[in-house]
Design a binder for this molecule. Structure first.
Ligand code: ADP
Ligand code: MG
Length: 348
C-alpha cells in the first residue's frame, strides 16, 4: 500500500545529490498588527536531510509554531511570509498559490498539531476522516481506503483498528486521538513531518509512549521529522540535531549531544540548568530570570541580553551575527550538522 518513493529522490525519481530535503534560508514571517510589525520569525535558516530528526526548542512565544506553519503554507493574515526561501528538494515553496500548497500539504510535508482536534473533524468518524485525507491526493475506493485506514492505525499502535474506524473522535482518549492525527500525517508517506508540541497536552506516560512510537515510525519509514517543543527534555530524547529559538531567531544549533554537553549560548545553558535531567551534580537548578521580551518591544541589541549574566555593552548595542564553529565553515559533510550560535560571549 504505502510505497510512494521519497527520501533522497529528486523530482523525476533521480536522487537529488547534495540538495538537502528542506533548505530554509533567512525566513521572515511577520505579523502586521495595528500598532506594530511583529517579527515572529526573523531571518531563520536551517536545513533538514532526508530521514533526519531535528528538534526546534524554545520558550513559548519564540516563533516555533510560526516557523512550522510557514513550512506548510499555513500562515494566515495578519501574518505573512515576508522574505526568505523554503526549498523542498530544491523547489521554492515561498510564493506558491493556495492550490499548489494544497498539493504539497499532507503529501510531501505533513503536520501534527498540539491539539489533535485541529486535524480531526468532530462530526466525522475516524474512517471517514482517513478516507477524506487519502482522497485529498489520490482516488481510492471505500474498501481500499478502509484497508489503508486499518494499516495506518495499526502502525501507530491503535488496537482493534477496524472497530476504531467507526468511532467518532469524542469516543477516543486524548492519546488515541493524537495517534489518529499522527496516522493521518503518515497516510501519504510525506518526506517531512512537522510535529508541533504533539505530546504537550498528554499525560507524561502517554507522552513517553507516543514519543517512542514516533521514533520507531520515522526510522522505519525514513521520514524526516521537525519536532517542535518548549520542552528540551522531550526534544532531546528524539532529535539528532537541535535548533534553539529565542525571540524569532535561532540562537544556537548543533548535534543534540554536543549542544547538551557544551551549550555555547547562555540561553541554551539556562534551559539546561532549569531541567533536573541535565543539571550537573551539585549544581543548583535555576530558572532563567525574567521573561522573553514582547516582540513589540525588542531590545536594540541581543534579545536575550536583559536576562543574561554575561551581557556586556556590546550586547546591548547590536544583535550578534550567527557564528559557526571554525571547523564547520568550509565543511560540506557537516552541512546539516553545523555548530553555530549567535552570541558575543559564547560559553567555553
Ligand atoms: P511559539 O510556538 O514558539 O510559542 P509562535 O510561533 O506561536 O510561538 O508565536 C510567535 C510570536 O508570534 C508570538 O510571540 C506572537 O507575538 C506572534 N503571534 C503569533 N500569532 C499571532 C497572531 N495571530 N497575531 C499577532 N501576533 C501573533
Ligand atoms: Mg507554539
Amino acid at each position: 500500500m504505502m510505497q510512494r518513493p521519497h527520501s533522497s529522490r529528486g523530482i523525476e525519481g533521480i536522487p537529488a545529490a547534495g540538495i538537502p530535503l528542506l533548505q530554509v534560508t533567512e525566513l521572515k514571517t511577520y505579523f502586521h498588527t495595528r500598532d506594530a510589525v511583529l517579527r515572529a520569525v526573523d531571518g531563520v535558516s536551517f536545513s533538514i536531510d532526508s530521514g533526519e530528526v531535528v528538534g526546534l526548542v524554545g520558550e513559548s512565544g519564540s516563533g516555533k509554531s510560526m516557523t512550522g506553519f510557514s513550512l506548510l503554507g499555513l500562515v494566515d493574515p495578519p501574518g505573512r511570509i515576508e522574505g526568505g526561501s523554503i526549498r523542498l528538494r530544491g523547489r521554492e515553496l515561498v510564493g506558491l498559490t493556495a492550490g499548489e500548497w494544497r498539493s504539497i500539504r499532507g503529501r510531501e510535508i505533513a503536520m501534527v498539531f498540539q491539539d489533535p482536534m485541529a486535524t480531526l473533524n468532530p462530526l466525522l468518524t475516524i474512517g471517514e476522516q482517513i478516507r477524506l485525507a487519502i482522497n485529498a491526493h489520490e482516488r481510492v475506493g471505500r474498501q481500499a481506503a478502509r484497508d489503508r485506514g486499518i494499516e495506518v492505525l495499526n502502525r501507530v499502535g491503535i488496537p482493534e483498528a477496524s472497530r476504531r474506524l467507526d468511532a467518532w473522535p469524542h469516543q477516543l482518549s486524548g492519546g488515541m486521538r493524537q495517534r489518529v492525527a499522527i496516522a493521518i500525517a503518515l497516510l501519504h508517506r510525506p518526506a517531512l513531518i512537522v510535529a508541533d508540541e504533539p505530546t504537550t497536552a498528554l499525560d507524561v506516560s502517554i507522552q513517553a509512549q507516543i514519543l517512542a512510537e514516533v521514533q520507531t515510525l520515522v526510522r522505519e519509514l525514513g521520514t524526516a521529522l521537525l519536532w517542535i517543543s518548549h520542552d528540551l527534555a522531550t526534544v532531546s530524547a528524539l532529535a539528532s540535531r537541535l535548533l534553539v529559538m529565542y525571540a524569532g531567531r535561532i540562537v544556537e544549533e548543533g548535534p543534540c549531544a554536543t549542544v547538551l554537553r557544551e551549550p555555547r549560548h547562555p540561553y541554551t545553558r539556562g534551559l539546561l540548568m532549569s531541567m533536573p535531567q541535565f543539571a550537573r551534580p551539585g549544581e543548583q537548578l535555576a530558572q532563567i530570570p525574567g521573561a522573553p521580551p514582547a516582540l513589540s518591544a525588542l531590545p536594540q541589541g541581543c534579545a536575550f541580553a536583559p536576562r543574561c549574566q554575561q551581557a556586556s555593552a556590546q550586547c546591548q548595542a547590536a544583535a550578534p551575527e550567527r557564528q559557526a564553529q571554525p571547523s564547520d565553515l568550509n565543511s560540506t559533510v557537516s552541512r546539516t550538522g553545523v555548530r553555530a550560535w549567535r552570541c558575543y560571549h559564547p560559553l567555553g
